[in-house]
Design a binder for this molecule. Structure first.
Ligand code: ADP
Ligand code: ASP
Ligand code: MG
Length: 439
């Protein structure tokens, strides 16, 4: 059995959904198909939710009406028969009735999650009606019945496995299952989600849970490119990545994959393929244990980074100093991305400002503390990077005008990270594309 995940743009137009139906019935292997919300829907649901939170109810109502009109038109173009159209509209009416009801009640975080879940619930319902109209036998599996996270927002892979296999076994003889990406239940049993872009994570968790033959991530580009195609003009797809390389790229900003989506596949050794819905014959990228080749493969950038410098001539040389600093971050469940040390100071970066004031306050006990906000990590990823001829020279020559704040190299064999002020991100990625890849 394989997993096939289709992102927002892959289901965002009626003709794209028609194409997805063709792709999932191309071969005889049984499949769990994971769908995102139609592109733009989750953004709009976020806006609606924010409108409710700040009590701008008429604005929220307007957006709900806008979304409803869009979905009613979608149904007209997706389906052919009046029976199917009526059925789809009846389903949609339930979701929009829900959104209209919540306009009248007071906002809460749990309600926010309920609102955000509507996109995937609607896209899978619509797709299921279309498959039915086409006479394609399938089962709609509610993700809320098996996808679960704990109190620390960690997926409960053991529970997911048990519940999912029960659901599959209850439908013996069926070979095609459709389910929602992104949404899950939390430790309180409430509706929750796996964070923005989380459908990739759903797919790889499901692939791990059923020990899938492959986890296919179908999107709007022909695989992982060597650089961010949104800001760099000339980029090329990469044929093969190791799980480690893919995880670094996803974590450090390659939007094509949710940051956490690699570990379940890696842990259970399930190949991941990144494929293009708009060009299904394109080779795409395969992600396996093995890197396939030596040298630099790609780079990505992660925004919203804060650098913190703790300077203490008195304590830095003393053993136990770093542990004390790390304990502060551990206490506030804030992970550290980069770290560099000198004789008298240590600099590190974090990507969450949620507990920054508390962290800074506690760090002041160890020395003087300075922060640089609005930083970006540019991460250069490959296999045995040091074996690329002249790599350091080419890298630093190409960005000689960029004020690099920190460098991290040697933490693993497949990563060099640079910290730069955010305003230099585009320029840095472009310069490195030329200097390192010659593109
Ligand atoms: P989906 O809706 O299918 O999940 P996303 O928009 O989340 O798709 O991810 C695909 C997008 O990721 C591409 O359209 C591309 O703009 C962006 N992207 C960023 N970095 C990369 C990269 N290194 N390789 C490929 N795509 C990337
Ligand atoms: N629909 C969700 C989002 O837009 C999840 C996803 O598409 O992966 O973030
Ligand atoms: Mg995505």
């Amino acid at each position: 059995m394989k997993v096939m995940k289709f992102g927002g743009t892959s289901v965002g137009k009626p003709e794209r959904m028609h194409g997805v139906a063709k792709l999932i019935t191309r071969d005889n292997e049984s499949a769990i198909v994971v769908l995102s919300a139609l592109s733009g829907t989750t953004n709009l649901l976020v806006n609606i939710s924010e409108g409710l939170a700040s009590n701008e109810r008429s604005d929220a109502r307007q957006k709900i009406d806008q979304l409803e009109a869009q979905y009613m038109q979608f149904v007209e173009d997706l389906l052919q028969t009046d029976v199917a159209k009526e059925k789809a509209k009846k389903y949609l009416a339930e979701h929009f009735e829900f959104l209209n009801i919540i306009l009248k009640i007071s906002f809460s975080e749990a309600l926010n999650k309920d609102i955000l879940a509507q996109g995937e619930l609607m896209s899978t319902r619509l797709f299921s009606v279309y498959l039915e109209e086409q006479g394609i036998n399938h089962v709609l599996l509610p993700a809320l019945e098996f996808m679960q996270i704990d109190a620390y927002e960690e997926p409960q892979i053991g529970n997911i496995k048990v519940k999912l296999s029960q659901l599959i076994n209850a439908n013996s003889g069926q070979t095609l299952f459709i389910t929602q990406g992104y949404i899950c239940r939390n430790s309180k049993g409430e509706v929750d989600n796996l964070k923005r872009g989380g459908s990739d994570y759903s797919a790889s968790l499901i692939a791990a849970a059923i020990n899938a033959s492959v986890c296919e991530i179908w999107t709007d580009i022909d695989g992982m490119h060597n650089n961010d195609p949104r800001v760099v003009e000339k980029t090329i797809p990469i044929e093969q990545l190791s799980f480690d390389e893919a995880a670094e790229l996803a974590y450090f900003g390659a939007k094509i994959l949710h940051p956490a989506s690699i570990w379940p596949a890696q842990h259970f050794n399930i190949p991941v393929k990144l494929l293009n819905t708009m060009d299904p014959e394109a080779r795409g990228t395969i992600i396996l244990q093995e890197a396939g080749s030596v040298g630099i493969k790609a780079m990505a950038a992660k925004d919203g980074i804060v650098a913190i410098k703790i300077k203490s001539s008195r304590m830095l040389l003393a053993y136990g100093f770093l542990r004390k600093i790390f304990e502060v971050f551990e206490k506030y469940r804030t992970s550290i991305d980069m770290i560099t040390t000198s004789e008298v100071a240590v600099s590190l970066t974090i990507d969450s400002k949620q507990f920054l004031p508390e962290i800074l306050k506690e760090l002041e006990a160890f020395g003087s503390v300075e922060i640089d906000d609005n930083q970006t990590i540019v991460s250069i990823v490959g296999n045995e990077i040091a074996k690329t001829p002249d790599i350091m020279k080419r890298l630093f020559d190409s960005i000689s005008n960029i004020p690099v704040r920190m460098v991290s190299y040697g933490g693993s064999k497949h990563n060099i990270s640079l910290l730069i002020p955010a305003e230099y991100k585009v320029q840095t990625l472009q310069l490195l594309n030329k200097g390192v890849f010659g593109l």
